[in-house]
Design a protein. Sequence first.
Length: 425
Amino acid sequence: MAKESKPKWAFKSKFRAGLYSWNGTAKATKNLRASASEIRKAYKKNPFDAVDATIYLMERFWPALEHIDSSSGALGRAVNDAIEKLMPLVIEAPADEQLRRKWTDRLFDAICDDGVEYLSLVTGQWGQLCVTDSLREYWFEELLPRTEKALRSRREDHYYFVGTSACLSCLLESERFEELRRLLDLAAPPFWSYEVYWAEALLRQGHVDEAIQHARSLLPETSHDEPRLYWYGSTEAEIDDFCERVLYEAGRRREAYEQYSLQAISSSTYLAHFQSLTRRYPEYEPRQILMDLLDKSGHPMKSWFSSARKCEMYDIALQCAESGTVDPRTLTTAARDTLQSHPSFAWRVSLLGIKYLLLDYASFDELDVILAVRYLVEGARNAGDLENALAALAQALDMRKKAQKVPRIVHAELKRLGLSLPGTS
């Protein structure tokens, strides 16, 4: 019988060393999604080939992506998304311990070579990746000396070991809770990225409230009584996200929603966070969720403009736009998209866009002002409210008499449209 040929992976040519330049985020993100899809499809036919391909891809993350400017966070999110889709394949694959040992050896080499810790999610799931207690014991013994040194050195020379989370994960998954606590006690002060393993250990022992209390105890002192204003990726957001998940999975959904889900931005954008809440808590109407976010999230009203507009809550969207300087280009796009369906909203947000341009809110091109004027006029005509719109525009220009560039462009565009402002010839 002929030996089955190995699959030819299309993704491999897209992850050569140094392939992407500094502005390669969009291209790399697209290729990461395609790679994960290709591997997942192949897993059904041959799980071992798919896992080998997964590990190859992870080995290539740093060599291929190292020159990309990742400061926006978009690339890191794309890498994490690929890992989250592929890690279950490695964990669930029906491999014996010898083969799994080879897989973990390769992955740990990749982790050590990873210049920015793209593989931190892999390290955090190391105990699950090992599957068997004997392999966890092997890696625990392998990683323990450097983990102890890293935890102790938080008090002194700040030695860092990339495998610390992997060591702690092995203890957690083996349910060696007392050893886990003794190891964590070496560190001072405590560090959430490591203490999360103890919080998980408390959960696995059925201590839900104790796990939440432990997580909350690691918040900065100023965060306990003051309104929380956390950002995506911050320690505070991660702690709130943990507490929300714990209560949610314990069936205490109302507590999870009211106490934690609203304050922490657990997604990369405000819109994504709002959408995730509407999916996770279908018992609450989207409008109620949005109003709760406006009231309790601690983030400015303007932050929720896109969420309100996408859900066609135009009264709330207008309030958000009026509350602060939303990017004028965002307002112009909103006006363009609603000229026919909600023309009154369209001309009003166009007017706000012009007001913010008058304040020199952001650098702008002449086209930004021209489009805002066009959409104001078209929206007002469609709403039968052109006279009021032009009067409001005249008032806005009059309040910023020192501005020169924007008024000149506004008057020129109105003239081209055959219009003029009240009080001008």
